[in-house]
Design a protein around this ligand. Structure first.
Ligand code: HEM
Length: 416
């Protein structure tokens, strides 16, 4: 027995308190600011919940779990709600490593040297929208969403005319990531239907690529060879779906959450306007302070002793990345947005073998978009604070982010 072991009654009370706090943090009314609930949860870095699942919120504990080979990335729901083939996100070695290798081989060289193109896209998006509606911008619809979507569609070789169809599928599917008890029965039923529609769409896309191959990432994946031979057609479809959804539903929240932080911290906004180098630490701070992916999940392949407790083999664990990012045991002044924070080992992109493949791309898009907003919008103001939020609890961010300003300053090509 360790000194931190508590009596059954005390631990049941802790368990119940944690369950209630977690549920409160997930409630839609608290979407704009779930952090006070996470802060209270952090009093226990690892805790069992009433439904028998576990919650890890401590920075150290999450970091250890992400790197522990006795932990599986499989956090899928009960068998009847599972897809037939798992993506690399929820796979374990050796299959995870084989698939990840195939993707990174194709992904990494294609995103090198993309900054100029991303800058041109940002300039074009800002110019287009302000001529329609001078003085008003919805940062989500006009910039934060179309930028990463254009980039991922171009990279993968997805025709832009498919965007509306795919965008709506992606949106419906990511709602399915949220804890099952926050979804209605209709939503759960609809999820299966949406999965089928996605499968059909992706199969069509692959078939069209077969007859007219390009030199995009999808073509590269179709013809790539790992040590185990070419990628099989189901893995190809599932991997393509994962990349497309990741490209649609994550970076949008990084740009929107970053804009929100800048407009709430005018000193940081003013500095970014004249010091583009601030963009690098600033985007890391957004990933810590208000992360687009709030939590992830794992399961245990063995009993794990951690933080004075034992998580039994076969347990499901939620890793509350957003709580770990504000752990006072790891970060000084964790609830303060410090644009130039230096010691910033945040969990925004996860860690260990599943560390985000798109991190470099997402960082570049957010740095460029936020710098352009700071330089080009004169006297920007939030129209609503807080803005309306999306339903999604895990991939969390504003639904729309209307900003007013007095003038769009002409693009000076980043000089100055
Ligand atoms: C701001 C934007 C993004 C954030 C915050 C983000 C966050 C994350 C996180 C937290 C994980 C780890 C999940 C886990 O361990 O369970 C992850 C994995 C992953 N991300 Fe991202 N992501 C972003 C953008 C992207 C983009 C643009 C792509 C690709 C186009 C991408 C592709 C992936 C893939 C394929 C994985 C799985 C890696 C693996 O399992 O080995 N992400 N991401």
């Amino acid at each position: 027995m360790t000194s931190t072991t508590t009596t059954p009654t005390a631990s049941t009370a802790h368990q119940h308190t944690a369950t209630v706090l977690f549920a409160q943090g997930l409630r839609y009314e608290h979407r704009a600011d779930p952090y006070p609930y996470y802060e209270q949860l952090l009093r226990q870095p690892v805790v069992r919940m009433d439904d028998g699942t576990w919650l890890a919120g401590g920075h150290r504990e999450i970091s250890l779990l992400l790197r522990d080979p006795r932990i599986s990335a499989d956090r899928l729901p009960p068998p009847q709600q599972r897809p037939i083939r798992k993506s690399l996100l929820v796979e374990d070695p050796p299959r995870h490593d084989q698939l990840r290798h195939l993707v990174t081989q194709q992904f990494v060289p294609r995103i090198m040297g993309m900054r100029d193109h991303i800058e041109a896209l940002v300039t074009g998006l800002l110019d287009a929208h302000t001529s329609d509606r001078p003085g008003q911008l919805d940062v989500v619809a006009d910039l934060a969403y179309p930028l990463p979507v254009t980039v991922i569609c171009e990279l993968l070789g997805v025709p832009r005319e498919d965007e509306a169809l795919f965008g709506s599928l992606a949106r419906r599917l990511t709602r399915g990531l949220d804890p099952i008890d926050t979804q209605t029965e209709d939503e759960i039923r609809e999820l299966q239907q949406t999965r089928n529609e996605l499968q059909q769409y992706l199969e069509g896309l692959i078939a069209r690529h077969d007859t007219a191959p390009g030199d995009d990432l999808l073509a590269g994946l179709m013809h790539s060879h790992g040590p185990e031979g070419p990628i099989d057609p189901i893995d190809l479809r599932v991997t393509l779906g994962l990349l497309l959804i990741a490209g649609h539903e994550t970076t949008v929240n990084l740009i929107a959450n970053g804009t929100l932080a800048l407009l709430r911290h005018p000193d940081a906004l003013a500095r970014l306007r004249t010091d583009p180098d601030l963009a690098t630490p600033l985007v890391e701070e957004v990933l810590r302070y208000d992360p687009p992916v709030q939590m992830s999940g794992r399961s245990t392949l063995a009993d794990i002793d951690l933080a004075g407790t034992t998580i039994p083999k076969g347990s499901r664990i939620r890793l509350l990345l957003a709580a770990g990012n504000r752990d006072p045991r790891r970060f000084a002044d964790p609830d303060r947005f410090v644009a130039d924070r230096t010691d910033n080992a945040h969990l925004g992109f996860g860690g260990g073998i599943h560390y985000c493949i798109g991190a470099t791309l997402a960082r570049a898009e957010a740095q460029i978009a936020l710098t352009a907003l700071a330089r080009r919008l004169e006297s920007p103001r939030l129209v609503a604070d807080p803005p309306p939020y999306r339903e999604n609890a895990i991939l969390r961010g504003p639904e729309s982010l209307p900003v007013s300003f007095t003038r769009l300053i002409a693009d000076d090509g980043g000089a100055g």
